[in-house]
Design a protein around this ligand. Structure first.
Ligand code: BMP
Length: 358
């Protein structure tokens, strides 16, 4: 349809959602429409993966409740550390929480409780089974949160947080993958030119509980990319990849209606096809259930499911259907060389996008 023929640059200027606009610019800059589903079991695995795959992706999807040692500290914990890696590599964090309860409960789960998801995750999602009120409630919570943040920034009552991240083994009991010498050295599909110099940001922060000196903290940034806006966004789970799921056409249409009612907060959908159906629609469509056949195999080979209900399509098929971002988990994580495999997925999904808008 109309929207799927537009470039991401164009969509960055036409969307009314500040976070979507940022994401579209990031996609154009990094030449990536890949989201990594970081379904691992420990904090170190998560942070190492985020750091090594960061250059290839524009979104990193978490399930924080899969992490056995998730650290809830708001400034030194897992969420805060992940947010710093996200800032350094230029990607957004998406907690795949699939909220699914009455409005009051989802508000509390989103902003309070152990994980305080809204603090570290730019994007989250909702399972609209309880009705549209769940979306209304999350939107309201996000507005209130933003007002509070703006007040904190204005009155400078927030504590300075470290702006750069480095993974060390302090207090962690699992294996540590060192950060590569310099990510600037890694040339990926000729995109080296878009990566700029190292900016020292020591003047901006005071490391919390850190034995390191300021000089140890340096931040690499993608040229032209500023920090993500202090906005939050929601994706509505409108279609699923799993076999025999109960999300029928009527249900999906109700999801689209709800999205239209909250354009300042809802960025788009988790779906299997583009849900931009009417001329005014300009939503983002992100699609899980994505794998590539092994490199040596036929590109068009059928991909088997995982034996637990998951069904897979190739990036070419998914992007060809008008979806914008492919979400890949085990296809990358379980590869012999995840960094190289992430690049293969990024390239395939990007080529499919280029073909679509051509
Ligand atoms: P994998 O690529 O390893 O199959 O992982 C897919 C990821 O996407 C999982 O984290 C899963 O929870 C999520 N997901 C999905 O597979 N299908 C959906 O319809 C919605 C999802 O969030």
């Amino acid at each position: 349809n109309h929207v799927s023929e537009q470039s991401f640059e164009e969509r960055a200027t036409t969307t009314s959602h500040p976070l979507s606009s940022y994401l579209f610019r990031l996609m154009a800059l990094k030449k990536s429409n890949l989201c990594l589903s970081a379904d691992v079991s420990t904090t170190n695995q998560l942070l190492s993966l985020a750091d090594s795959i960061g250059p290839s992706i524009v979104v990193l999807k978490t399930h924080y409740d899969l992490i056995s040692n998730w650290d809830y500290n708001p400034t030194t914990g897992t969420g805060a550390r992940l947010a710093r890696i996200a800032r350094r590599h230029g990607f957004l964090i998406f907690e795949d929480r699939k909220f699914g309860d009455i409005g009051n409960t989802v508000q509390m789960q989103y902003t309070e409780g152990t994980a305080k998801i809204i603090e570290w995750s730019h994007i989250t999602n909702v399972n609209m089974i309880p009705g549209k009120a769940a979306v209304d409630a999350l939107a309201e919570a996000a507005i209130r949160w933003r007002e509070r943040k703006q007040y904190e920034v204005k009155t400078d009552i927030s504590v300075g947080t470290p702006r750069a991240e480095s993974i060390d083994s302090d207090g962690e009991d699992d294996t540590v993958t060192p950060i590569p010498e310099s990510n600037l050295e890694i040339e990926r599909a000729g995109r080296k030119a878009s990566i700029v110099s190292i900016t020292t940001v020591s003047q901006h922060f005071e490391p919390v509980n850190s034995p390191r000196s300021h000089e140890d903290y340096e931040e690499e940034v993608f040229e032209g990319i500023e920090e993500a806006p202090m906005d939050r966004g929601l994706l509505i789970l409108a279609q699923m990849s799993s076999k025999g799921n109960f999300m029928n056409a009527e249900y999906t249409s109700a999801c689209v209606e709800s999205a239209r009612e909250h354009q300042g907060y809802v960025m788009g959908f988790i779906a299997q096809e583009s849900l931009n159906r009417e001329p005014g629609d300009a939503f983002l469509n992100m699609t899980p259930g994505c794998q590539l056949p092994p490199e040596q195999d036929d590109e068009d080979a059928e991909i088997q499911g995982d034996g637990k209900g998951q069904q897979y399509n190739t990036p070419a098929k998914i992007i060809g259907l008008g979806n914008d971002i492919v979400i890949v988990g085990r296809g990358i994580i379980f590869a012999a060389d995840p960094v190289r495999e992430a690049e293969r997925y990024r390239r395939k999904a990007w080529e499919a996008y280029e073909e679509r808008i051509a």
